[in-house]
Design a protein around this ligand. Structure first.
Ligand SMILES: Cc1cc2nc3c(=O)[nH]c(=O)nc-3n(C[C@H](O)[C@H](O)[C@H](O)COP(=O)(O)OP(=O)(O)OC[C@H]3O[C@@H](n4cnc5c(N)ncnc54)[C@H](O)[C@@H]3O)c2cc1C
Length: 503
């Protein structure tokens, strides 16, 4: 091995690896790294496919099922040993704002199958058009096994414990990806690659322009949403806790409960956490799920810099144990509780997204804008965590997600899905959620299969053909397709919660 070149800063490396849009700040420009040249070597081709899907979260699930159902030879690779992405690895086992008038196709199949398999823990669908927020929760383990079956039934080739670590690029077009797994390093060749990694890992590592913009406004401009996680506690007497909550409504009525317990413990220096209360759900016998943990990211720190991720993970673990002790000591029903599990990964929230042909904007989602090239509808509003302790959720109108948000602006044969689509900070904070992710996944998988079949790039694909294929599969393609009475219900919900002149 030989050393190469002069020492470079970590930020310079990031800029070279993938040009960010806008550019990253240079806070750590002094933090330099030396370099080593990696020797060239022959890499065996593991498999050839029409469509390669990288990442098996809600977006990858939608993409893989849609691609295979549209006749493409489809391979789905996933870094961990189960599908579901953050839904299973970080235990966000929730689909928020499910409404069959807004989402359809693969997501409907998935939820119906979960219901048939006894995996739904709480079905909130009927309230969606009235409530500012409502969620359908499910059992992670039922979900994992069910998804294995659904992939096999659709004919998707699945590789677990396999990471996409780069792409093969010729003249600005992707031809395949490099993978690493326990068996070694290989290549998978494919006609279209769907990056559904949640952080545009393939786009980023192949040198494709990505976006990394944090908060757009005010003193927090440029800062990112913090890391989060969920905690499961076992040995809980849910009835005793419910009785206690009922007897103390002023303390436990809202989303965040136990405010005075948290306040007192903070004042006495016995609590490590940033929020002013605790969110406790009891959906399974003997089990409580605690959420609301948030580790802030300072200016110049990012969800894609590994030292920041490590610091966030350690901080979250401190918060989790601090909250657990507080609950066990102070909340009736938790006297015999123990920590059951935390997620394999934290909630990363905003890292990279591809720079697409179109960048979905805050204004688009508040105004409920329709696009001629729309491929999915979303009813989700920005759900913004941090960068400090605050959490803001805003109601928007049902809005279109155009195909241009899925198509890389500069690299051919690359499509984004889910939380990697091209959107500004506020539109991303909304449409990163599970339901829109599965729907944009379905659109990306269908587009990839059609492009492979017709031997065109995703950019050259006739959008009308894609929209027709999606409608045939039950997907809702545009707000223009949504019945008037449904849109009116959403309009009432919007007016109740938000004044459009604010945008
Ligand atoms: C604790 C928590 C609470 C949440 N609450 C809600 C909620 O109430 N409602 C809601 O709708 N959403 C919620 N979310 C958000 C939601 O889970 C995500 O926005 C959604 O999962 C995004 O889907 P995705 O498929 O784009 O990405 P992800 O779910 O992040 O999936 C990406 C997948 O790609 C894999 N991967 C990454 N890189 C590679 C690689 N290089 N090679 C191979 N595989 C790779 C990952 O392992 C992962 O499985 C929550 C998230 C968390 C963590």
């Amino acid at each position: 091995m030989r050393r190469a070149g002069r020492r470079k800063s970590k930020v310079e490396f990031c800029k070279e690896q993938a040009r960010l849009f806008p550019t990253v700040d240079d806070e750590r420009i002094e933090d330099t790294m030396k370099t080593i040249m990696e020797p060239q070597k022959e890499v065996p081709v593991f498999e050839e496919a029409d469509v390669i899907i990288v990442g098996g979260g809600p977006a990858g699930i939608g993409a893989a099922l849609a691609s295979a159902r549209n006749g493409a030879k489809t391979i789905l690779i996933e870094k961990f040993g189960a599908l579901g992405g953050m839904q299973t690895h970080a235990m966000s086992s929730t689909f928020s704002l499910i409404d069959p008038a807004i989402q359809g196709g693969v997501i409907t199949d998935v939820i119906n199958r979960l219901r048939a398999d006894g995996g739904i823990l709480r079905d909130a669908s009927p309230r969606t058009r009235q409530a500012a927020f409502s969620s359908t929760s499910f059992d992670c383990e039922v979900y994992k096994a069910m998804l294995d079956d659904m992939m096999a039934e659709a004919g998707v080739k699945l590789l677990y414990h396999t990471s996409g670590v780069g792409a093969i690029k010729e003249n600005n077009a992707l031809k395949g990806i490099f993978i690493e797994c326990i068996q070694g390093r290989f290549v998978i060749l494919g006609k279209v690659i769907v990056d559904s990694t949640g952080n545009a890992d393939i786009a980023w590592k192949s040198g494709t322009a990505c976006m990394d913009d944090g908060h757009g406004k005010g003193p927090k401009a440029g800062r990112h949403m913090g890391f989060g996680c969920r905690l499961y506690i076992s040995g809980v007497d849910a009835d005793k806790f419910a009785k206690f909550k009922k007897e103390n409504p002023e303390e436990w009525a809202g989303l965040y409960g136990g405010k005075s317990i948290v306040r007192k413990a903070k004042a006495e220096g016995r609590y490590h956490g940033y929020r002013e209360g605790l969110i406790i759900h009891t959906r399974k016998p003997g089990i409580a799920m605690i959420e609301g943990f948030n580790s802030p990211l300072a200016q110049g720190h990012h969800g894609w810099m590994i030292e920041d991720v490590t610091a966030g993970e350690i901080d979250l673990r401190k918060q989790v144990w601090s909250a657990f002790r507080l609950i066990k000591e102070n909340v009736p029903g938790f006297e015999h509780a123990s920590v059951e599990k935390t997620g394999t990964i934290p909630i990363f929230r905003d890292t990279h997204r591809i720079l697409g042909e179109y960048i979905l904007s805050e204004e688009d989602i508040y105004k409920g804008r329709a696009f001629d090239d729309s491929i999915a509808v979303s009813n989700m509003g920005p759900d913004i965590y941090g960068p400090d302790e605050e959490h803001v959720y805003e109601v928007v109108r049902p809005h279109d997600i155009p195909y241009g948000c899925l198509v890389s602006r500069e690299t051919d044969n690359l499509l984004a899905a889910g939380s990697t689509i091209s959107a500004d900070f506020y539109a991303f904070a909304a449409d990163r959620y599970c339901a829109p992710s599965m729907c944009t996944g379905q659109a990306a998988g269908t587009a990839a299969a059609l492009a492979a079949k017709l031997n065109v790039t995703p950019r050259q694909l006739d959008v009308k053909l894609l929209q027709d294929a999606l409608r045939t599969q039950g997907a809702r393609v545009s707000v223009k397709d949504i019945p008037k009475d449904v849109l009116e219900e959403y309009e009432t919900r919007f007016e109740k919660n938000r004044n459009i002149d604010d945008v």
